[in-house]
Design a protein around this ligand. Structure first.
Ligand SMILES: [Zn+2]
Length: 99
């Protein structure tokens, strides 16, 4: 029992190489992850959806499965209005969750 000294300290985290994405709208090329240029939006028609903070456009990842291997995601623009829609839905969901 006492031997399982797997410390949950920092530095012991297995760092998966971050996926990179080039925004098809503004051309921003960067990593995807926490505090990156790309903010998770949710899902759109089954695709992972992100917002590019640089240009504010909604993107869907078109090669999510393959990108896990290649570390290079491909994205297509979401139709106008989808980002607002999804944000609204997210806000409503949060409102419902919190009493
Ligand atoms: Zn962009």
């Amino acid at each position: 029992m006492a031997q399982s000294a797997t410390s949950k300290g920092k530095g012991k985290v297995i760092v998966a190489k971050a996926m990179k994405l080039k925004c098809p709208m503004c051309g921003f090329d960067g990593e995807m992850g926490p505090n990156s240029n790309y903010e998770v939006l949710g899902r759109y028609n089954g695709y992972p959806a992100y917002v590019c903070k640089n240009c504010g456009k909604g993107l869907r990842i078109t090669n999510a499965g393959r990108a896990m291997i290649t570390k290079r995601a491909k994205a297509a623009l979401l139709p106008a209005g989808v980002v607002d829609d999804m944000n609204k839905r997210f806000e409503e969901m949060m409102k419902r969750k919190s009493p």
